[in-house]
Ligand binder design. Structure first.
Ligand SMILES: C[S@@+](CC[C@H](N)C(=O)[O-])C[C@H]1O[C@@H](n2cnc3c(N)ncnc32)[C@H](O)[C@@H]1O
Length: 320
């Protein structure tokens, strides 16, 4: 049965960290416990605008996922923990979708959590929203109450030992509580297979490079353990009962809104910056044209840009 955690429950730092000393953050700075430890040297705080615009654009997808979770959870969740919340766009959406719940956003990056608190304040959820800064999964030990719902959206794969992390997540669930992992799905598509420049199929080749980069990122994480990504089996091994898997689609056909187009530009731009020499000269030239704002054929201007993406959510329940 869901517990009532409203009002007085939450972690010790309750999201009132406004006096926190926020030095400008350069690459590899330690953000409240999370180190620049992913293979791609990601500074999560620098990524804040992209993480925010992405999660905002994906709001309809998360809405679908939350409606599905609401149907699958027994009773109203009292405490929802967003593990690896980043800037808290999805945490805020949880607060809206579950108006009786208290939401705690947990992340290694304090600057991102600061943005999460600011958002909760702007949206009027501050009274039932708190943050907890620290490394996952250990930071969960600072929760005062077990969670009725733990959401880990694209965060578990940033932890070296995913099996151990899942066991810790399971430990911090109330009996009957649900763990929901957003992992996998399908790579995004923004352009037709043949968009008239270079060799058709550029995005499929970018996906292949991205898949290798992802593997390297995982291999370089501290305590990295390779796991077969059977999330249901891994949650079962953590003592949970797998409850369902469902994929949710973001389908924004052309013509795109200005926000969606800006998101595509930012995503391809970031991809290009991290590609190294993975692409051949023809593909690189095509990508350069796509990102040149002066070029009529670029994603800044062309009419046929779209966003099509699937995210998969896997749930499991802690036996009562
Ligand atoms: C890809 S982002 C996802 C953010 C958010 N869940 C979303 O879907 O918009 C991954 C997040 O995990 C956090 N993270 C990565 N490794 C972590 C760790 N070891 N401990 C705590 N947080 C971590 C990062 O700071 C980042 O905010």
């Amino acid at each position: 049965m869901a517990q009532e955690h409203r009002g007085h429950h939450g972690p010790h730092d309750q999201g009132h960290h406004h006096g926190h000393d926020h030095a400008p953050h350069g690459p590899r700075e330690d953000h409240g416990g999370q180190h620049g430890h992913d293979g791609a040297d990601v500074d999560w705080a620098v990524l804040a605008p992209l993480l925010e615009s992405q999660a905002e654009l994906f709001a309809p997808l998360y809405e679908g996922a939350m409606a599905w979770l609401a149907r699958g959870t027994a009773g109203e969740p009292g405490l929802i923990v967003d593990a690896g919340s980043g800037p808290g766009v999805v945490s805020a959406q949880f607060a809206r979708a579950f108006p009786a719940a208290r939401v705690v956003a947990v992340d290694g990056s304090e600057p991102l959590l600061e943005r999460a608190r600011a958002r909760a304040g702007r949206l009027g959820h501050a009274d039932r929203f708190a943050t907890l800064a620290g490394d996952l999964p250990q930071a969960l030990a600072r929760l005062e109450y077990p969670a009725d719902l733990i959401w880990a959206g694209n965060s578990l794969h940033h932890l070296g030992d995913q099996r151990a992390a899942l066991a810790a997540f399971a430990e911090h669930l109330a009996p009957g509580g649900t763990l929901a992992l957003l992992e996998g799905g399908l790579p995004a598509r923004y352009l037709p297979r043949d968009f008239g420049i270079g060799r058709p199929g550029l995005q499929a080749r970018l996906d292949a490079i991205e898949a290798d980069r992802f593997s390297r990122m995982r291999a370089e994480l501290p305590g990295s353990v390779r796991e077969s990504e059977d999330w249901a089996a891994l949650m079962k091994a953590a003592g949970l009962e797998p409850a369902g898997t469902r994929s949710f689609l973001l389908d924004l056909p052309a013509p795109l809104s200005a926000e969606a187009r800006a998101y595509v530009v930012a995503t391809l731009d970031r991809l290009r910056a991290g590609l190294g020499d993975g692409l051949d000269a023809e593909d690189r030239a095509a990508l350069d044209r796509l990102l040149d704002p002066e070029d009529e054929a670029s994603v800044h201007r062309r009419p046929d840009v779209f966003v099509l993406k699937a995210h998969t959510v896997h749930t499991a329940v802690r036996p009562s």
